[in-house]
Write a protein that binds this ligand. Structure first.
Ligand code: THU
Length: 135
């Protein structure tokens, strides 16, 4: 269960991170902030590339930063855009690897909470470790 203070902190962290989005092609900046079970927050932004498919989303940058530092359990992720955009399919899949219960908070750049949901709700029937023989 997330406290109001944690929710506000996550949204504010994502808003602050968003300024670093590298978006020369879409001009659609995304900021993310991921709260781990250990209480740390990892932020992320989208990083675009002239070879368009090489672009990486903000949510996955945050998850990969956290996992690369040993984190495996996540409480919540806040995603901030100009219009409340929801995580793409690839980001939903990456988040699902580390838990279907992770809260997903969507907010705009003014800090307005637009939606609160979960990875399970965003990715019904997720393919996961349970589907691989021997896992
Ligand atoms: N984007 C994200 O950062 N997260 C998402 O879940 C959806 C899309 C980025 C990728 C690209 O830089 C821009 O938004 C437009 O697709």
């Amino acid at each position: 269960m997330l406290t109001d203070e944690q929710r506000t902190t996550l949204i504010q962290t994502a808003i602050e991170a968003r300024q670093w989005a590298y978006v020369p092609y879409s001009n659609y900046a995304v900021g993310a902030a991921l709260l781990t079970a250990s209480g740390k927050i990892y932020d992320g932004v989208n990083v675009e590339n002239a070879a368009y498919p090489t672009t990486m989303c903000a949510e996955r940058v945050a998850v990969f930063k956290a996992v690369s530092e040993g984190e495996r359990r996540f409480e919540a992720i806040a995603v901030v855009t100009s219009n409340g955009g929801s995580p793409c399919g690839s980001c939903r899949q990456v988040l699902s690897e580390f838990g279907l219960d992770t809260l997903v908070i969507l907010a705009d750049c003014d800090g307005n909470l637009l939606q609160e949901t979960s990875v399970a709700d965003l990715l019904p029937g997720a393919f996961g470790p349970k589907d691989l023989p021997g896992q």
